[in-house]
Ligand binder design. Sequence first.
Ligand SMILES: [Zn+2]
Length: 386
Amino acid sequence: MPSDIQGKIAAILPPSAVNGCDEPAGVGGNNNEFSVAAMYEHICGFDRRNAQLMWKKTWQLNVTERVRCFVWLLTYDRLLTNSRKSRMGLGHAMCNYCGNVEETTIHVLRDCNLVNKFWLQVVPLEDRNTFFMENLQQWIYSNLSKGAKGRIDSAWCDYWATACHCFWTWRNKEIHDAEFTRPIYAMQHVYRRVNDYYQANKTNRLMRIKNDMLVYISWKPPCGSYVKLNTDGACKDQNRGGCGGIIRGSQGEWLGGFARGLGNCSAIIAELWGVAEGLSYARRLGFTAVELNVDSVVVVQAIKTGRFSSSVGLPLVKHIRRMLDLDWEIKIEHAYRESNKCADAMANIGCHLDRETIFYDSCPIRIKELLLADELGITTPRIISM
Ligand SMILES: [Zn+2]
């Protein structure tokens, strides 16, 4: 059996008689019930994750709403170009300017003689080969991916999206408005539009900033006779999932820790595994009052409500809820990532394990410093919105 399939199977909770009756699960695991939409997407090979990624990138553009909507249309190739219109039986398919070339989306926005010069001015020489060779989908994806992260005030994706929007608007105005002429300094025009938005946004952010609050997060010891269980899950390259956790007493002292390699799964499934493993470990060690801290809001909600939108995760959620019903006291709370660093480090150890669980009676050397920081109550600043 191929190892990636083995990995996938390893991350699924084995069936058990106590898990209750079988239940229908939607195709692709997106719904717990059958839905025509999910089935249709599955048959068409529609990749929801990929679509979501594009959606996210589009949404994160630092441009006006109008331009964002335009990019969204673009990703679905829905511009009413001559090529598209001719397929509907509405006129010819050729570019009004170039004459003998079909006016496709990529033609209007990149290859047309009207805009080609613009790109030659702004795209660096070493990037031109890819820039002018990619097909529409690749072209959108790679331009949306450039400069979105860690930027200060100017990002290529914003500039690119605004330029594309300008080209399309100008093309339409040329057709419908006889008086219209394209700006001579297109580059400056686009740059100014991008900058205007940045400036407006900056002012807006300054107005809003008073609603944000700086808080100092630290690990808190458990109350009274409780022990604290921090768990976490992580997913490294090629979906290698791992989970881990740590149990500590009221002085922050080490009572136990574990790390487990899970096979192939998503981060959220790894988080659930972390909780499941952590609880059964705490149970085995004989603790009867446990404060459980998880840094994923989704997981906390799933455990509290018993609802979860994935067919792989749902049995895990049920398994966890059954453990909560045993005769012991469990308090579940969401904790910020900054206070869950030790569990995170244990989960990272788990990612490098080969589908095995290691239990630690004492603190592994590599997380000694994190443990000490928690014991000393060292804080990490975090800005939260009020
Ligand atoms: Zn043209």
